[in-house]
Design a protein around this ligand. Sequence first.
Ligand code: CO8
Length: 373
Amino acid sequence: MHNVVISGTGLYQPPHTISNAELVQAFNAYVDLDNAKNAAAIEAGQRVPLQHSSVEFIEKASGIKQRYVMEKDGVLDPTRMRPRFAERADDQLSLMAEIAVDAARQALAAAGREAHEVDAVICAASNMQRAYPAMAVEIQQALGAGGYGFDMNVACSSATFALEQAYNAVRSGASRCVLVINPEITSAHLEWKDRDCHFIFGDVCTALVVERADEAKSVDQWEILGSRMATQFSNNIRNNFGFLNRSEDSDPEARDKTFRQEGRKVFKEVVPVAAAHIESQLLSLQFEPSAVSRYWLHQANLGMNQLIIKKLVGADAGSEVAPLILDEFANTASAGSVIAFHRHRADLKSGDVGVICSFGAGYSVGSLVLRKR
Ligand code: CO8
């Protein structure tokens, strides 16, 4: 068995931001248009009028202040309410592959590696642009990487579950250098017309290089001391979009074909599961939760992260213990904990221990305990 390190990370940041104020203004314009269109049915008591959203609610309930998106005009057009992307020809690089290649090149540069030294590419995200060929194989070719590539999806836990695959492949000697890439274009699968969730998600792509410790040459290496994954079925976060829709003659615009959730239930059920998961993994590695210098947690909700940290270390989550990036990025599905790791580790010193942990749809929880070399 080989020791394994994360030796580089990369972050692709989309070109556009949407502030809560911009988002709410567009949403409320959509609500007014929809209510005017359905005035007669509302008047007759046959339809419930849609309600306005508010910046105050969004910031208080979630901690989110803005989000990055690949395309902004379509999202903010009250007659459209979703991004506007141009279809690309088969011989052009796909949109997901384009942002993946950008993040991957940054991660490779940070690791001091060339693409041809990579022998596996895992594209792990909440949504794939197409059924096949696998996004990872297109990314592998665009980068000039060797070996093989495959796609995987465990929603918000896609990155941590992929890291475990990479860790095991390198540990066992099956691979030497694995790229884990998380292109999350959540804006295309968010229901921007639903005030309960229209503020939740943002677009981004993260990438990590996982390789043998004895071959790594970057100045910033994080040894993976262990990884742990768990799943428990729940319908509380669900999206029924899929390849059977066409044969079921179902409405492609129906509400169940985009992201939906019972946010309150998710909050209540996932917090204790995630806290217990991290604690038991740390104890199995002989670490007390208070000995951990940093928790790079999944970024879905500020209150959730504060409660998890309170359960683990008995104090309110100071940003030095569990850094927050969702105020700037919103929930970026699987990429959130990786963005936190990418942005908030430079101040840690050799021997410091940290935990990357994701939690979300499935339900799924994935965690990795890391030590700076
Ligand atoms: N503006 C004003 N009022 C609002 C709004 C709004 N935008 N939205 C809701 N309200 C109202 C509600 O109608 C409700 O009113 P009333 O009390 O009269 O019924 C009141 O505000 C309170 O509503 P909630 O109970 O829904 O509010 P919460 O305080 O629970 O906050 C949250 C809602 C922010 C959603 C919160 O519950 C939360 O964050 N929960 C955790 C969710 C979570 O972690 N989800 C993880 C999902 S992500 C994941 O797993 C990846 C999936 C893959 C992604 C794919 C791409 C899209």
